[in-house]
Design a protein around this ligand. Sequence first.
Ligand code: NAP
Length: 292
Amino acid sequence: MSSIDQSGTFKLGDRTVKRLGYGAMQLAGPGVFGPPKDHGAALAVLREAVASGVNHIDTSDFYGPHVTNRLIREALHPYPGDLVLVTKIGARRGGDGSWLPAFSPEELTQAVHDNLRNLGLDVLELVNLRAMFDAHHPAEGSLEAPLTVLAGLQRQGLVRHIGLSHVTPTQIAEGRRICEIVCVQNYYNLAQRADDALVDELARDGIAYVPYFPLGGFNPLQSSTLSDVAARLGATPMQVALAWLLRRAPNILLIPGTSSVAHLQENLAAAGCALPDDAARELDSIASIGSA
Ligand SMILES: NC(=O)c1ccc[n+]([C@@H]2O[C@H](COP(=O)([O-])OP(=O)(O)OC[C@H]3O[C@@H](n4cnc5c(N)ncnc54)[C@H](OP(=O)(O)O)[C@@H]3O)[C@@H](O)[C@H]2O)c1
């Protein structure tokens, strides 16, 4: 059994994926805007991910924009049969790199077609609708109109499955009344535990929870407790942060992002990092449970 297989598997829509995957956002240029510093290095990260057994890659056409999807296509097309590419729509980029809402029927339809074209696919396996009422914090607001548009694109056969991102429990409940929601992608990690109850609720319903910023995002997690536990276990802090998430709930699927092959290999090796109970309890003390 290779190391990544030790992460286990979970059903994402009707596809089974390994619980340790890869998030491609970091492959675009600084601020997720423009081309990567090193095109060849970005392709190498994607190829190494798949060669190591990754079969779940998270992306969006608004990374770059278009950059990340085109890198994925160049590196990996024709795609291995078991590879699940998950994308998201609902935002667009301003000329200065700003993140703007793109929720009109025309923008959502265009986004699905942009993803199809840039990834080189006839159908998108899973599309997350990314709420943009507030770009930085989940904020209430009805998703009925955009989700109805996305469900229409699903009926046309352009999209197989639908998920939600950056959303509140109220929005998830609203979404589940409109169409089947197979995953939720929200900000969550060892230190950001506002979604604790939601993770458990979705686990009970067999819905995947895919934490974004699993390593802390643009400012990777730093904690003396995390470093101490990692040193004791002979692992790195990033590996322990991922191992904690794998242990946290069976419906958690990981998409750590990196632009470096060395970091990718380090992160994938977290699948083999077993956390003893006392280490998990110690790591729990880092959390600001209930705060966003
Ligand atoms: N739905 C949403 O709103 C949303 C928002 C943000 C992200 N996402 C998705 O979530 C994925 C993960 O988020 P993310 O990539 O922003 O954050 P992340 O996985 O928490 O962390 C990425 C950061 O950690 C660094 N890093 C990665 N592995 C490392 C290691 N082993 N040691 C030291 N540093 C390491 C990376 O730098 P290096 O490149 O130098 O390794 C990068 O700065 C994204 O790729 C994207 O697909 C979704």
